[in-house]
Design a protein around this ligand. Structure first.
Ligand SMILES: NC(=O)c1ccc[n+]([C@@H]2O[C@H](COP(=O)([O-])OP(=O)(O)OC[C@H]3O[C@@H](n4cnc5c(N)ncnc54)[C@H](OP(=O)(O)O)[C@@H]3O)[C@@H](O)[C@H]2O)c1
Length: 208
């Protein structure tokens, strides 16, 4: 598949690149600084720019035709930011214009359907600094929901720096509590959803 990837230099993005290249997919990574990735593989090419520079995103996006857009860009979730929402506002219309068959991105457990326990956990989280990240993802969810795309969002709890396990739960409803998932396993969930779509215009939660 031909993939347009944003957030390639991040924790999840760099793990996604390993999985996608090993499966012989072709990635075009939209990055601010290609030197951040020490991957030398003919399956990986770069388009340089900044997500805040909309013309640079548009030029990069229309440098090819894509089977999937994978958006794993993010800002510091503990600080106010609209990066995730603004990125969706740029990428989603481009993918619609190009009729890109699949749009895959990350969201949080706050954006998932919840049990009472889940609602209590998220109410606490929204009062913490992590609420900044959740509000940014709330905005992105509105954008993808309003689109015509075949989208799937991977609903993540705390993405904790730990080794991939290769096994995790996939859930439609967040039941609360402190859950974690590693960057490598988030990448694996996106990769699986890209290769074998099982979720359409919906969120699938992943945690251990
Ligand atoms: N942390 C958590 O526990 C948690 C929980 C739920 C969901 N999430 C979400 O998961 C996603 C991935 O997280 P992560 O930890 O892999 O993120 P990360 O390591 O912080 O990586 C963020 C990526 O976004 C890129 N980026 C940021 N601003 C950009 C800009 N203006 N132009 C171009 N690229 C830009 C960064 O590029 P540079 O290398 O150039 O900075 C980097 O590649 C994020 O959307 C995050 O909100 C995180």
């Amino acid at each position: 598949m031909k993939i347009f990837l944003v957030g390639a230099t991040g924790r999840v993005g760099s793990e996604f690149i390993k999985l996608a290249l090993a499966a012989n997919h072709q990635i075009t990574a939209f990055v601010r600084d290609p030197k951040k990735l020490s991957v030398n593989n003919p399956g990986l090419t770069f388009q340089t720019g900044d997500l805040k520079d909309i013309p640079s995103v548009r030029t990069a996006f229309f440098s090819g035709a894509w089977d999937a857009v994978v958006n794993v860009a993010g800002a510091d979730p503990l600080k106010p930011s609209s990066l995730v929402t603004d990125t969706a506002k740029v990428l989603v219309p481009l993918a619609e214009e190009a009729k890109t068959p699949r749009y895959l991105a990350i969201t949080g457990t706050a954006e998932m359907p919840k049990t009472l326990g889940g609602r209590i956990s998220i109410a606490i989280l929204m009062r913490s600094p992590v609420g900044h990240g959740a509000r940014d993802h709330d905005g992105a969810l509105l954008v993808v929901r309003a689109s015509t795309l075949d989208w799937a969002l991977i609903g993540c709890p705390w993405i904790k720096d730990e080794p991939s396990r290769g096994k995790f739960k996939t859930e439609k409803v967040f039941t609360g509590g402190m859950k974690t998932i590693s960057p490598g396993d988030v990448a694996l969930a996106i990769f699986r959803e890209m290769e074998n779509p099982s979720v359409h215009r919906d969120i699938i939660g992943v945690w251990y």
